[in-house]
Write a protein that binds this ligand. Structure first.
Ligand SMILES: Nc1ncnc2c1ncn2[C@@H]1O[C@H](COP(=O)(O)OP(=O)(O)O)[C@@H](O)[C@H]1O
Ligand SMILES: [Mg+2]
Length: 307
């Protein structure tokens, strides 16, 4: 079975923001890109695949997220019912539409959320325990998760222009399926030695020949690296960026590199904190970060042939 999304022209795009490393700006990228795409007129769904629930709390705020977790309005509640209890839960009612309070041109941004909660980690483990007890192989479990991805997430592309997956670090089973099934994988990475060391391993194990062992589908496109937390004045970052650029330009390149770089900016770190007053897009990100939002949106749309 192919895990890749093949859909009629004109429907939405699934984008996984991933990296095996934590703390490299995945969640920040998802929030920023979701709001920037929405400001460009797109309807965007954010799906949280990380048990740390960072993007869920950034978008929904603590009170709403606690309520959604308590009412089972989360990805893990859905997965537990579907794969452990073998019920027939619905995914759509767990999506909270227009969750972002950020406004642009006096309109709230069209950003929706399928949240995760802290039990996602346990549920992923429970799925493996439960299904192996029922004599399912690991491959069969992965197939079940891929089927869910195909049957539940891919059709959501008819409803949203973009579906952004905030992946867990370390590649959990659910993250693995999203990375392999997405139309585009954005690898958020800091331009330093250790972050890019992990990048090679990530690209090799998912896109390289070793990643295709065991019948796992290869992702549709090569990964696109987005440099985050960029500090132009730091020599190590300049050198690492130059090396990444040379690797991306090589004939046998394993990845592409976005020309847009997300700067290290206090405004961006603060942008993810809850606000008492709903912010405007430009007020939230400040002039320094706002100046990269349009180029980033243009590049992402360009991947799919849009302008
Ligand atoms: N461009 C940036 N400028 C300043 N701080 C950033 C930037 N990107 C991320 N951060 C901060 O770095 C930390 C990790 O970012 P996060 O997006 O949560 O990474 P990940 O999702 O990869 O773990 C957070 O505290 C976040 O506020
Ligand atoms: Mg994160």
């Amino acid at each position: 079975m192919s895990g890749q999304a093949r859909r009629p022209h004109g429907s939405g795009h699934l984008i996984a923001v991933a990296n095996m490393k934590g703390g490299v700006g995945k969640t920040t990228t998802v929030v920023m890109l979701a709001e920037a795409l929405a400001a460009d007129g797109a309807s965007v769904l954010v799906v949280d695949l990380d048990p740390q629930a960072s993007v869920s709390v950034c978008l929904a705020g603590e009170t709403l997220l606690a309520e959604m977790i308590a009412r089972g309005r989360t990805l893990e509640a859905y997965l537990a019912l579907k794969l452990v209890s073998r019920e027939k839960p619905l995914l759509a009612p767990r999506i909270r539409d227009r969750v972002s309070v950020t406004t642009h041109q006096n309109e709230p941004l069209s950003v929706s959320l399928l949240p995760a909660g802290p039990y996602l980690r346990l549920v992923e483990r429970e799925i493996i325990y439960e299904l192996t007890e029922r004599n399912c192989s690991m491959r069969a479990i992965e197939d079940q998760l891929r089927t869910i991805f195909q049957e539940e997430f891919v059709p959501l592309a008819a409803r949203y222009d973009y579906i952004l997956f905030d992946c867990a670090p370390g590649i959990s089973p659910v993250t693995e399926v999203a990375v392999r099934g997405a139309d585009l994988v954005i690898v958020a990475s800091i331009a330093d030695y250790l972050s890019t060391y992990g990048l090679d391993a990530f690209v090799q194990t998912v896109w390289g020949s070793s990643g295709r062992r065991g019948g796992q589908p290869a992702p549709l496109r090569p990964p696109h690296v987005l440099v985050t937390r960029f500090q132009q004045q730091v020599r190590q970052q300049q050198h690492t960026l130059a090396r990444l650029q040379a690797e991306a330009d090589a004939d046998d390149a394993g990845f592409r590199l976005f020309a847009t770089r997300v700067p290290q900016a206090a405004a961006l770190a603060e942008a993810l904190m809850p606000r008492e007053v709903p912010p405007t897009l430009s007020g939230k990100y400040g002039p320094h970060v706002s100046s990269v939002l349009i180029p980033l949106v243009t590049e992402v749309k360009g991947v799919f042939g849009g302008s």
